[in-house]
Design a protein around this ligand. Structure first.
Ligand code: ZN
Ligand code: ZN
Length: 280
């Protein structure tokens, strides 16, 4: 059998974070449209990885372990993707359990602030909204809307719970060094997600690289052709792995459908080489 050559969508979200499809559905659909590999990069959780890997062998498509973290860098928020790690790694699992607990604490804090302003949001309803996913502001926003406190979900955000709004509680994030350490400690590769024009910002990329980031997301729905060129040039200069994907969550808010933005097969091969000791 020839080695697979089709494109790879290395950025998908399942219902284990804030998407709506199961890993099984995402992997099955990706196989049906001819992608050669996929990665499910849920926020702060590996809960969908075993299901995705199993689905991959059933549908005959390669599945790479993935995750997406938020980091705080001096007040600016950035996302870091992790790939090709061992999803049974104890230190990574433990860190995620603690992040999940903090996420619930944050949601409870927001619900308390809303109650102070006369908006009753029962926490069980928020948890029910989240289902299998990790509980977060979108779920609180939906309850606020359903109970008639706001006219729409976007209004719930802008009036009450977006960053800086009166009832928001800031998210706890790990520092960059911790995220990179956890991903690498589990045998994986850390990649700067959708940097946009931040790629040109001062020494940001060089600091990330110094911290152990070995790849950068080039192909992403938020990236114009000019941004793609700038990121690809920065990646080549530093010998970074170039990745990409659709960042698909669900049809209602998608910017790109599954596989519509993808990385060439060579990206995945480079990630694998990097994970197994690196070629640089
Ligand atoms: Zn992101
Ligand atoms: Zn994402």
């Amino acid at each position: 059998m020839d080695a697979p050559t089709g494109p790879c969508d290395l950025h998908l979200h399942s219902h284990y974070s804030d998407g709506t499809m199961s890993p099984d559905e995402l992997v099955g659909f990706s196989a049906s449209i001819g992608l050669s590999a996929v990665s499910i990069t849920d926020h702060d959780t590996m809960n969908g990885q075993a299901e995705a890997l199993e689905a991959g062998s059933r549908y005959g498509i390669e599945v790479v372990t993935g995750i997406e973290f938020s980091i705080d860098d001096g007040g600016a928020s950035h996302h870091i993707l992790g790939y090709c790690f061992d999803h049974a790694d104890a230190a990574l699992s433990e860190a995620l359990v603690s992040l999940a607990a903090q996420r619930i604490e944050r949601a409870r804090g927001i619900v308390r602030l809303l109650a102070d302003r006369g908006m009753a949001v029962p926490f069980e309803e928020v948890l029910a909204e989240a289902g299998k996913g990790s509980v977060g502001r979108p779920h609180i926003a939906r309850v606020l809307h359903r109970r008639g406190y706001v006219a729409s979900v976007p209004e719930a955000f802008s009036r009450w719970i977006s960053d800086g709004a009166p009832c928001n509680v800031p998210k706890t994030t790990l520092p960059l060094d911790d995220v990179v350490g956890l991903v690498r400690g589990a045998g994986g590769v850390a990649v700067w997600a959708h940097p946009g024009w931040n790629v040109k910002k001062g020494d940001l990329l060089d600091r990330f690289v110094a911290a152990g980031v070995r790849g950068i997301e080039v192909w992403h729905p938020n990236h114009s052709e000019r941004i793609v060129e700038a990121i690809a040039a920065a990646a080549r200069e530093r010998g970074l792995v170039m990745t990409g994907g659709s960042d698909y969550h669900f049809a209602e808010i998608m910017q790109a459908d599954i596989g519509e933005i993808a990385a060439p097969r060579g990206s995945l091969d480079a990630l694998r080489r990097e994970a197994s000791g690196g070629s640089h």
